[in-house]
Design a protein around this ligand. Structure first.
Ligand SMILES: CC(C)(COP(=O)(O)OP(=O)(O)OC[C@H]1O[C@@H](n2cnc3c(N)ncnc32)[C@H](O)[C@@H]1OP(=O)(O)O)[C@@H](O)C(=O)NCCC(=O)NCCS
Length: 169
């Protein structure tokens, strides 16, 4: 989909890929587990913005994102009821890449794909919750931390390091 032919490629995430996504999530997010059905629902609701990272015909990572509202943080491991009728952001629920495949700027390429899709949809922002101290990574991709105290309760399911961040595109 993007990037040189020899590198890992972002491709559409299919329903049959979800078992592999679940396995990668279990490895990468051992401390923040989510049910496979919860992850699958995001793909079902927003297939255009949920992608897999493929290297040598193997899924080595994934990105899950969906249209959403700024300032609203879906709790971890919870089903979405529905997507908003007039979304004002693409919410990046998760990007996870197997450790041995990191260092290729794949997350940056995923964010660039999302930004292009957001523009197509007339959406002006991306949003995410930074965990594991990744504020620096997201900042480098154009995100800014939003320290609204009203968000604290909404962030609680994401662990102590969680920071809500948004990017204007
Ligand atoms: C986040 C993740 C997807 C990034 O993978 P990637 O695209 O291969 O990222 P890279 O290794 O190419 O790093 C890109 C840049 O971010 C920096 N970076 C990587 N991890 C970082 C971290 N935890 N905190 C701050 N900066 C980080 C790198 O130093 C690099 O900087 P550079 O461009 O100046 O060299 C991957 O590290 C991962 O799967 N981590 C575990 C899950 C996770 O934290 N997901 C995000 C949850 S909010």
């Amino acid at each position: 989909m993007t990037g040189p032919v020899s590198s890992a490629q972002w491709q559409p995430l299919l329903a049959e890929d979800m078992a592999r996504v679940d396995a990668i999530a279990a490895l990468v997010h051992a401390g923040l587990p989510e049910r496979q059905a919860v992850l699958a629902q995001k793909r079902d609701l927003a297939p255009a913005t949920c992608l897999k990272l493929v290297l040598a015909e193997t899924i080595v990572g994934y990105g899950l994102a969906h249209p959403w509202m700024l300032g609203d943080v879906p709790p971890l491991d919870a089903f979405l009821t529905t997507l908003p009728p007039s979304p004002d952001c693409l919410y990046v629920h998760d990007v996870a890449i197997l450790p041995q495949v990191r260092g290729r700027q794949a997350a940056a390429r995923y964010v660039a794909i999302l930004a292009a899709q957001a523009r197509t949809l007339g959406i002006a922002h991306l949003a995410c919750v930074s965990v594991y101290g990744t504020v620096g990574l997201w900042s480098a991709l154009g995100f800014e931390a939003q320290d609204d105290p009203g968000l604290r309760a909404k962030l609680s399911s994401y662990g102590d390091s969680a920071r809500y961040m948004t990017a204007r595109i």
